[in-house]
Design a protein around this ligand. Sequence first.
Ligand code: SAH
Length: 408
Amino acid sequence: MSTVYPQVRLKPQREEPLLNGHLWVFSGALQQVPREVEPGGLVEVRSASGQFLGRGYYHPHTDIAIRLLTRREEPIDAALLRRRIRRAQELRRVFDPALTNIYRLIHSEGDGLPGLIVDRYAEVLVAQVHTLGMERLLPLLVEPLLEETGARGLLLRNDSQARRREGLALEEPRLLAGEVPPEVEGRENGVRYLIDPWRGQKTGFFLDQRDKRAALAKYVRAMVAEIAPEGVARVLNCFSYTGGFSLVAALSDQRVRVTSVDSSQPAMEAARRHFAFNGLDADQHTFVVADVFAYLEEARAQGARFDIVVLDPPAFARSQGARSQALRAYRRLNMLGMSVLRPAGILLSCSCSGAIGLDDLSGTLSLAARALDREVQVLEVLTHSCDHPVRLAMPETLYLKAIFCRLL
Ligand code: SAH
């Protein structure tokens, strides 16, 4: 191929991660800073001895100086981007559209398109760009995204805080193509949702929890079977957003009563509407707009007892530096969650902080259980759903950890 890219050499012995399939080059690994390259421009990466390693985009002021888009000697052009989109689309054929028509279509590095998120909600796409390099490639992406997916519209939600690190502004939602209505009707495993792609959190929905929601259903059913015929099963969904876990629980059986707690009033209104939208009587359930910590303190003081508790907090640690403070918050949260759980109750504890590992989360559960003199049986450990693929060589991009356990 005739395309020539400015070349960047690594320091000696810094090529190993890239050879393994990692896509990042840290600024400290660069032998010399490419001078003729504009911020966000394309470069070719070679080892100290001159071995070709890949091509990607460069940022002069971030720790991650280069993110690779390819590890082959091929041009970075619209055709390459289209191939990436096509490959991503093929993976998402795992979803039966009659049951699930909302999913992540492009998961950044996991789909070979670093810095780009594209979520699909029925007929529309919602994109988020996190890096300057991807921002520059965006004009090349619009057409293939629409053509390869047959979507009716593409909305850009450039309001993620991650943009600040790259010196990018946070923007208002912007329509890039076609039409995107204020509300999209979507399905996840047959559960119906009304998604607001313009104003909802992230791109409108937390798609990464799909299989955790599905996994919850069997524990709810088992709990109902144990308690029936006289009683009802009580489920507490903390950080419920628009009610994903709540709906799955309530739809499992009529004898389930769900309490959803979230600090966002619009999210709670959406949760209530979702109950009716799925043929449930919202008045049989409880919707609380509150800080979860305050709610749980109060519930504990009143001696509340739930059969199942879900804890799906926002990321408490946004960086490695925030780890110890975050660990304290996770410990306190899990302790509070456990203290309102009845003996042999089920706890689902999640963390979506990249800086908090699975060991950290299970360590947190262990400390919380010890403080309450309870025993923990780990039942299932899950991470992302399959539409959030993780590159084997980049385990640090696995951010979601979810542990189902039983508290004896
Ligand atoms: N479980 C949800 C996703 C949770 S995202 C789902 O399945 O869709 C995290 C949620 O926590 C957001 O809805 C946010 O509004 C809420 N939140 C953040 N801090 C909170 C707090 N201190 N108390 C209650 N809710 C909070």
